[in-house]
Each structure stands twice: as C-alpha cells, then as structure tokens.
Write a protein that binds this ligand. Structure first.
Ligand SMILES: [Zn+2]
Length: 265
C-alpha cells in the first residue's frame, strides 16, 4: 500500500475558497450602472455573513481572495473574514485582466495588493489568484520573486504540484477548474439563463466524489454575490456536509495545502 499523500492518513483534500469581488466584478467590465453594481454589494452585505456563519458552524477554515479595491472599500468585511480564522489572498486591485497588463502595470498592481491586504489583515498574503484566472506569461515568476508561496490558477491537474524554480523559490500550484466554480452556472450578465441549483449541485457532488477517489484536491471557487443567494447557499451547505461526512477527506485552507505539499515532495 502506498503512503497517503495527505495529513493524518487522509486520501484526498478539499478546499472551499471564495473570491470576494464585490463591485469590481462589474467595474472590470466597464459597468457603472447602480443596479448592476448593487449585485456586487449583495455579496458583501448579505452573502458573506451567511457564508462565514455556515463555515464557522462546520468548523471549516477557508481561503478568501479579495481585490485591493474591495479590501479598502469594505474593511469590516475583511476583518470578519480574518476573525473567522480564514486566510486572505491577493486578487488584483479592481479585478483587472492581468493578461492585458504591461509588465510594469502588472508588478505595480501586485505590490499594491500585497500592501493593502497586509495592512488590513495584519498578515502578508501567501497565495495569489488572478482575477478570472487569467495570468500573463510573467505572473508565476513575478509571484516567486515577490515571496508568494502558492498560486491557485492553473487547470492542468487534480493534485497540487510545484512550479519550476525562480530565483531559488518554487511556487506550489493548487489547481482549480471552471467545473467547481459557481460563476459559469449562475452568473447572470443578461446573455444567458440562470441554471437551476439542483442539477449544478449534483454535478459538484459527482466531481467531489470523483476527485476524492483519485486522491486529488477538490478546490471549490465561489463568489459571495453568487453562492450567497439562499437557493445556492443550500448547495454550499450540502457540499460542506458531503465533504465532512466523506471519510478520509482533509478540508483545509489553501495555505495549509500548499505547506503540506511543499514538505512532502
Ligand atoms: Zn474574482
């Protein structure tokens, strides 16, 4: 029998992660119309407190990725995330598309996001998730040079892995997937219909079970303004229950997963 790759004999890992984009999800699309922007605010005002309560009751600690603009606009929300024992990672400034930035802009925004998150949480962000998961060909090296521990952007594996070394540092990748994201199913931009939650939940449960079978990590990526609606919070509750009841699944923050993966290889 091969030794388990996860702590305490666990056979697989699961991470519930949340991107608190708030208004910037829409601002990045050039939108300034108040009603559309108010959907972003829903995530902060209504979604986030319920998500934190749900996680707290389940004793789950999560990773939140928050753009610098959001951190400065909603400092109490960020304080409540930290108070819940969760991690805050970097997620751009105003949800700009990193692949569109020139090298100087990309580095400037990264430096600002580190500074803002550090100032408001008391802790330097250890992880980076690009807005909309779009990095440039420079991003991974830039993250290594700025002392990050992990990236959670790539979609090429079911298990974490190490990126090539840059200046003596190797970033851990904790991979993601659009399949485990709420936006492709529920984000309404006026161009397609909203999916009913039941079939989406069934798909997520199947994906979770399948990843657990392979010994990988199920990295769920949710947005408080999307998953925070009551019908979808019910999905989150069911997922949390499934993850907690499945034997041998380690539920952790991404920084914990990154630390573990770094020591085992
Ligand atoms: Zn985002």
């Amino acid at each position: 029998m091969t030794a388990p790759v996860w702590p305490d004999g666990a056979r697989a890992a699961c991470a519930f992660t949340f991107d608190l984009d708030a208004d910037t999800l829409w601002m990045a699309r050039g939108i300034s119309e108040p009603v559309t922007l108010s959907q972003g605010r829903f995530g902060v005002l209504e979604g986030l407190p319920r998500i934190l309560e749900l996680l707290g009751r389940a004793a789950i600690r999560s990773s939140f990725f928050v753009p610098a603009w959001v951190v400065e606009r909603y400092p109490e929300a960020v304080a409540s995330i930290v108070a819940g024992g969760h991690e805050v990672g970097a997620h751009g400034d105003v949800h700009e598309r990193v692949s569109d930035l020139d090298p100087a802009q990309e580095e400037k925004i990264l430096v600002r996001s580190v500074e803002v998150v550090t100032r408001h949480t008391g802790r330097r962000p250890r992880g980076y998730r690009a807005p909309a998961w779009q990095i440039s060909e420079r991003t991974i090296a830039l993250l290594a040079r700025h002392g990050f521990d992990y990236s959670s952007n790539m979609m090429d594996r079911l298990t974490p892995y190490l990126h090539p070394e840059v200046d003596g540092r190797r970033l851990v990748e904790v991979p993601v997937s659009w399949v485990l994201d709420d936006a492709p199913f529920f984000l309404f931009t006026g161009q397609r219909s909203i999916q009913p939650p039941g079939p989406v939940l069934d798909g997520w449960l199947e994906e979770f079970d399948g990843i657990s079978e392979t010994g990988g990590v199920a990295t769920f990526t949710f947005h408080p303004q999307i998953i925070g609606r009551p019908s979808r919070l019910a999905c989150l509750r069911r997922l949390v229950e499934r993850a907690r009841r499945t034997p041998g699944v380690w539920i952790a923050r991404l920084d914990e997963i990154s630390d573990h993966w770094r020591t085992r290889v």
